[in-house]
Design a protein around this ligand. Structure first.
Ligand code: KG4
Length: 333
């Protein structure tokens, strides 16, 4: 019988300190998430230095809880799999340094994970049957990409944002209309009460590119709100959400046409958006298979990191103690 593999994932790239134990890449035994959202809320966004300090305070406690909840000891763990990029360098260094110490002291292999690879892997936890190849639409606070997932550890980025990430645009719109941080879920909720009746610009690039741009619509919303502070906020949120979703869908359809791949998965915090989820579900009527992580796995968590870490581990990836945090780590480099 094949031996079970247990990975211990560590996530600290932004404002969540999370540690998880995952069995064979797909079964979550524990996934402890210590969020710093209430701490950063009063600043209207993540303050990097404060994030690092809070990761230091939380990491040991969160790790102990993850092991206890999984009812497992460190000597049963096959690999320590921390996020080492992309993200805030100080925040990444806390989780990575802790992972190195655990690995070194207990003689457990260290296997680094790209945070975006982790978001993609959230789908493997939700759908036990999902296997590559597929297209993944990665939408978070720092990234917007269309990725060809060729295999569990092989990726090609087909298109990406040339300026703001989609989550950044959601957060900025929320801030401008006075909804606070993190903005995405608040825009999502308010939009449900509004009508998408305000015309907003969409950026198109000429040629074959599948790249995005979200800075134009973000600025248009800011200008519109400054010129007319009495504009209906719910209508503005609904119009913004509809327009960015249309931009996304246009490129996704082009990617499907270009690659002939008819399986599409969503990933990243913005894939928790109810309108975006509904629009993607509608693609199923056109014969596209659509996958999206459980809501609790869309935003940052270590279970997705431990899942991706498992696939890195079984394909032979090992890192040494000189693994460093890489704030702008690319997926296909
Ligand atoms: O993936 P994530 O947790 O962190 C990054 O790796 O960036 O994504 C956070 C982003 C934030 O911009 C947040 O506002 C957005 O995801 N978000 C949403 C929703 N939930 C979270 N955006 C739109 N609608 C939501 N329901």
């Amino acid at each position: 019988m094949k031996k079970d593999i247990y990975t211990l994932g560590i996530e600290s790239s932004c404002d969540e300190t999370s540690v998880a134990i995952v069995k064979n890449g797909r079964e979550v035994l524990s996934n402890i998430i210590d969020t710093q959202i209430p701490i950063h809320e009063k600043y209207g966004g993540v303050v990097p230095e404060i994030a690092s300090r809070n990761h230091i305070e939380a990491i040991s406690r969160v790790t102990k809880r993850a092991l206890k909840e999984a009812n497992i000891t460190l000597n049963q763990i096959d690999a320590i799999t921390p996020t080492y990029g992309p993200g805030l360098v100080g925040a990444l260094l806390v989780g990575l340094s802790y992972a190195k110490a655990l690995s070194f002291a207990n003689n457990i292999p260290l296997v680094g994970v790209n945070h975006i690879q982790g978001h993609i892997a959230a789908n493997y936890i939700t759908y036990k049957e999902l296997e590559p190849p597929f297209l993944c639409i990665m939408m978070s606070g720092g990234n917007t990409q269309i990725i060809h997932v060729k295999d569990y550890t092989k990726f090609e980025v087909l298109g990406k944002t040339r300026d703001d990430a989609i989550g950044e645009a959601f957060d900025k719109v929320a801030r401008v209309v006075g909804l606070g941080y993190p903005g995405g879920p608040k825009v999502d909720n308010l939009a449900k009460q509004g009508k998408a009746n305000i015309e907003l610009p969409k950026t198109h690039f000429s040629g074959e590119t599948l790249d995005f741009s979200f800075s134009g619509i973000k600025t248009a919303v800011i200008n519109l709100h400054h010129k007319n502070p009495n504009v209906n906020k719910a209508d503005l949120c609904a119009s913004f959400q509809k327009t960015v979703t249309e931009t996304l869908m246009e490129n996704v359809k082009k990617a499907i046409e270009k690659t002939k791949i008819t399986t599409v998965a969503l990933a990243g915090g913005v894939s928790a958006n109810s309108y975006i989820r509904q629009e993607f579900m509608n693609l199923q009527e056109k014969g596209i298979k659509v996958y999206m992580p459980d809501l609790k796995l869309c935003t940052d968590n270590a279970a997705m990191i431990a899942s991706a870490g498992y696939y890195n581990y079984i394909t032979g990836k090992r890192n040494s103690m000189d693994l460093n945090a890489i704030p702008n780590l690319k997926l296909d480099s």
